[in-house]
Design a binder for this molecule. Sequence first.
Ligand code: HEC
Ligand code: HEC
Ligand code: HEC
Ligand code: HEC
Ligand code: HEC
Length: 455
Amino acid sequence: MKNLQKFFFAAGLMIVAACLMFTSCTKEGAQGLTGPAGKDGTNGTNGTNGKDANETCKICHTATMVDRIAVEFQQSKHSWGAAAFEEAGNTTCAPCHEQKGLVYVCQNNTSAEFLFSGGRWVNQYTVAPDAAIGEIGCWTCHSSLHTTYGESDIALTSTSAVPMTMWGGAKSINLPADNGSSNLCARCHQPRPLTCNNDPAARLLNYDSLKNFPNVVMYDSAEGAVNKYVKPAYRMHIHYGAVSAVVAGVGGIEFTGDMAYGNSPHTNAASCSDCHMADPMTGIAGGHSFNMRNARESALSSSTTWNFNGCNVTDCHAADPLSKTHATWVNTRAGVKTLLEALAAKINACGLGHDILHRDASVTNLWWGITSNNYDGYLDIYSSSTNPAGYWRDPYNTSAANLAKPKFPKLLNVQLGAIINFQFCLREYSLGIHNAEYVTALMTNSIKALETAGW
Ligand code: HEC
Ligand code: HEC
Ligand code: HEC
Ligand code: HEC
Ligand code: HEC
């Protein structure tokens, strides 16, 4: 929480300065001999309000504080992204996409559990309809702003451990650095649940069974609609927030294999803001832009520049400063990329000659340039709206265009687990910088589990 410390230090100095002025006045009055005390006077009338009430405003409203930060924030996708508008009014999406939604789930301590109600398992992680609105902004993360008009108003909305919605609350993310400031980010940047959407009771997918019963059939086109589990579809996925789970080293399908599950030092020693809010900014990276990369909407290339100011601080990488050509950076990322491609090849093998993983070499792919084939974690299944050129048949769509496509291959539990892990490791975006140990073990052991199952 170095920035907050800096902030409180500056505010503290103002208070110290005010105290010094006060004591010097009383000293002057204490000079010379003092006579006996006089009678008490009558009470005076109330004075008019002073003119210095807005002094506390200046704790924040200065060119170097709110004014500077508001401009930095214009470079953040929190500010310019369209999701807050697109998902407005949706009480399921609002906990992570709407200003009032995040504040609602934090203040109400909303449960991440699934409860059985009306014959179905219902996800409790939703907000009241009037809280499903608002762009992500200063008040999202600093929800006490303008309550006391003092320095404490800058406090973060929540820093407590985050029950994972993906696991129905059975696992939590708890990142200790900077007094838990990363837990604020994890509230939103966490994966979403996969439910058994071919089951009338809509149970949460049992992830442990993917690991413990790898050879059970998850889906088989021969069984058609009697399949009880997850429908293969273009968007059979964990959503876009794998990052915090990967940083914390929790929530993947942890197949037993040759590698033990461990964490990078980043898990305990670095906060999200240490890397993503580094000062000073480098172009559009750092500060309240939350970017690491000084480029937007462009594929990774050798000319991509980064903000390493957060990495190269005392106690971290100062002694051997990182850069985009440093071996630690280059080799970590290259190693994770190789593993991603090896795991993708093993997953694709179930298509017996045609890939099942979707590729997208366009600017709208959030993972453009991460793998050579530009995978995005979706499956290449037909969808009239989102993937009209899809190769495989959607098993539950009866349109003529869809039925002309080849049947989607059979999927075992282990294969679905491997797909989920692929999504975790691709969609953490950083090619291992977040937690190389965890993603390396997840992918190595997933490949082994697929081999053991005959793939
Ligand atoms: C996505 C969450 C998030 C949003 C949105 C956000 N902040 Fe922050 N802010 C933080 C975090 C986290 C810190 C603590 C930084 C640290 O620990 O290094 C912080 C710190 C601060 C500080 C402390 C001092 C400093 O120099 O950084 C101020 C002031 C501040 N934010 C103002 C703002 C303003 C103004 C906005 C809107 C333009 C805003 N914040 C939006 C998360 C957020
Ligand atoms: C703890 C920090 C802090 C203090 C103290 C503070 N403000 Fe603010 N104020 C903010 C932030 C952050 C914003 C949002 C800036 C933005 O959206 O770009 C803001 C926005 C505003 C706005 C713009 C309208 C709005 O609500 O978005 C006004 C007006 C304002 N403040 C007045 C005041 C006054 C008057 C005081 C003192 C009585 C004060 N503020 C004290 C942080 C503070
Ligand atoms: C209220 C939920 C919420 C919180 C809290 C939050 N984020 Fe985000 N973040 C989002 C959403 C939603 C987006 C994408 C917005 C869009 O596409 O419209 C995003 C985008 C981002 C991006 C850009 C992603 C991209 O694809 O370019 C970064 C980086 C980021 N957040 C980091 C952080 C960090 C670091 C924190 C904690 C200090 C944080 N976020 C806190 C919801 C949140
Ligand atoms: C648990 C938190 C969470 C929930 C709930 C959630 N999202 Fe998101 N979503 C995110 C985060 C975080 C991102 C931004 C990821 C990034 O850019 O790194 C995101 C990104 C998106 C994007 C932008 C993708 C892109 O290509 O830029 C869309 C669209 C989206 N979500 C739709 C939805 C919809 C629709 C719902 C409800 C059905 C929903 N989300 C529920 C966390 C969530
Ligand atoms: C050790 C440094 C480090 C830490 C700690 C860290 N990140 Fe990252 N993060 C990165 C790097 C490097 C990238 C890749 C950025 C890129 O390719 O533009 C990245 C990418 C991302 C992205 C994708 C968007 C983007 O800008 O490309 C999101 C979202 C994100 N991180 C969120 C988080 C959250 C949330 C946390 C804390 C739970 C966190 N990060 C912790 C270094 C870090």
